[in-house]
Design a protein around this ligand. Structure first.
Ligand code: C2E
Ligand code: CA
Ligand code: CA
Length: 434
């Protein structure tokens, strides 16, 4: 190996290394005690992959620190030359059948790592914080399902890590009982019992100043916890695939609400409804057909529906996502790229998918009136979007100053506490609908 330790490490550092390390720290997990949930996950990984060693390996400045491990005596090993570091750098799965056959793994081989399969642990902000991996001390092959299993378990590990980070940010002491919200059987029961309810938040047309639609935002009306916002349980729905039945029900309920509000004369016939769609939903073949069936069941025109897409699915399903969205567009449904400015790769969605509007994330709107640079960027984004023929929707508008600014730069629509929070559909009011 040539060069000093630091320059060698420098050469293989992942992009955005500082942000990545900051993100890793934000989970507050480094150097904490073992926890059964992660121990179970690594045991499952070892079992499923028939390996003697498995770990939830977090890639810190200069070490791999293991939140959970089987078959490894030490709590940490050097980062440099490690396969977990490569997984984090490439953000992609890695399989090595025999480290002795590849000189780049000389250092890993010195630590007894002969064969390796690992997948990245990627947080909601898109930054890889470590790897879930299995290791063998003998050369071997891995079955084709190995990476799928590891990815499934990695999603579960990330769901728990995200929840702990949310609790920590909310100032909740570790051990706060979120377990009930996280048990798949409990969510299934909530779905059956009608506890999962899409609320409606008004969307304002900035040219006319009147309510032109609403965004369906999922709430869990929990018998003990009260009204639970979706941030605490959506990651788990996505990790387990339960977002598919829940998402379908959200769409069905949101459309049924619109139909009722129309029948009651609360909203006009052109009132639009926006529904959040998880990448996993859009990546299912037949997704568009299902959406159009729900519209037909409520006798509603596809023109009143907008689907809001947050992240793109994995590259392998991008083609499916595009086809499904194109089928929706052809039928008249609109597609918004959600969360522009939040760190998710909205630009990629704008470039690759048939979107009709972009939504500026509340994290950027909250800064427009006191940060001139942000104001300049937002003005520029609105112009760029309009040039592409896209509408711009601002979310999280809380002050008159923000509203005035957005009007001045020609933003098309807005939503936020200034106009109203998400409310149960039965309480939705809409001035001057008739
Ligand atoms: P989002 O789509 O970016 O939704 C906007 C979030 O900002 C909502 O949080 C909303 O209540 C909140 N918000 C709206 N106006 C204001 C404001 O003026 N100030 C502040 N501080 N916040 C405001 P919520 O309802 O907790 O939803 C969080 C995220 O959960 C959503 O972010 C969306 O990504 C996801 N989500 C919600 N419902 C669904 C759903 O049915 N399916 C899927 N897949 N995701 C959903
Ligand atoms: Ca949204
Ligand atoms: Ca957002």
């Amino acid at each position: 190996m040539s060069g000093s330790t630091s320059s060698t490490l420098q050469a293989v550092l992942p992009a955005h290394e500082e942000d990545r390390l900051e993100s890793l720290l934000s989970y507050g997990v480094l150097d904490t005690a073992p926890e059964p949930v992660y121990d179970d996950l690594v045991r499952m990984a070892a079992e499923l992959c028939g390996a003697s060693v498995a770990a939830v390996s977090l890639v810190d400045v200069d070490r791999l620190w293991f939140k959970a491990r089987v078959g490894i005596p030490m709590e940490e090993t050097p980062r440099i030359g490690s396969m977990c570091n490569e997984v984090v750098t490439s953000r992609a799965p890695l399989v090595v059948m025999d480290s002795h056959a590849e000189p780049q793994w000389e250092e890993a081989a010195r630590w007894g790592v002969r064969a390796y399969a690992g997948v990245p642990l990627i947080g909601r902000d898109g930054l890889p914080i470590g790897a879930l991996c299995v290791v063998d001390t003998e050369p071997r092959t891995f079955s084709p399902e190995t990476i799928d299993w590891l990815e499934m378990l990695a999603r579960q590990a990330m769901t728990h890590l995200e929840l702990q980070r949310t609790d920590q940010r909310a100032g909740l002491v570790p051990g706060f009982d979120t377990d009930d919200l996280l048990r798949p059987e409990r969510i299934r029961a909530a779905l059956d019992d009608g506890e999962l309810v899409p609320y409606l938040q008004p969307i304002i047309d900035l040219r006319t100043g009147s309510v032109c639609g609403g965004e369906a935002l999922l709430r869990w009306e929990h018998p003990e916890h009260g009204v639970v916002p979706p941030g605490s349980f959506i990651p788990m729905l996505e990790a387990t695939g339960l977002i598919l039945p829940v998402g379908r029900q959200v769409l069905r309920d949101a459309l049924a609400s619109v139909r009722r509000l129309r029948a009651d004369g609360v909203v006009a016939d052109d009132f639009g409804v926006s529904v959040n769609i998880s990448a996993l939903q859009a990546a299912q073949q037949g997704f568009a057909r299902g959406v159009l069936e729900e519209l037909a069941a409520q006798e509603l025109s596809p023109k009143i529906l907008t689907v809001e897409l947050t992240e793109t699915a994995s590259p392998t399903s991008d083609d499916v996502v595009r086809q499904e969205l194109e089928a929706l567009r052809a039928a008249g449904v609109k597609v918004d790229a959600d969360d522009l400015g939040s760190g998710h790769s909205t630009l990629q969605r704008v470039l690759d998918l048939p979107v009709t509007a972009v939504k500026l994330d509340l994290s950027i709107i909250s800064r427009v009136t006191h940060e001139p640079r942000i104001a300049t960027v937002v003005g520029w984004l609105v112009r760029a979007a309009h040039e592409l023929g896209l509408d711009v929707v601002a979310e999280g508008v809380e002050t008159l100053a923000q509203l005035e600014f957005l009007r001045s730069v020609g933003c098309d629509r807005a939503q936020g506490y200034l106009f109203g929070k998400a409310v149960p559909p039965a309480l939705f009011v809409c001035d001057g609908a008739r």
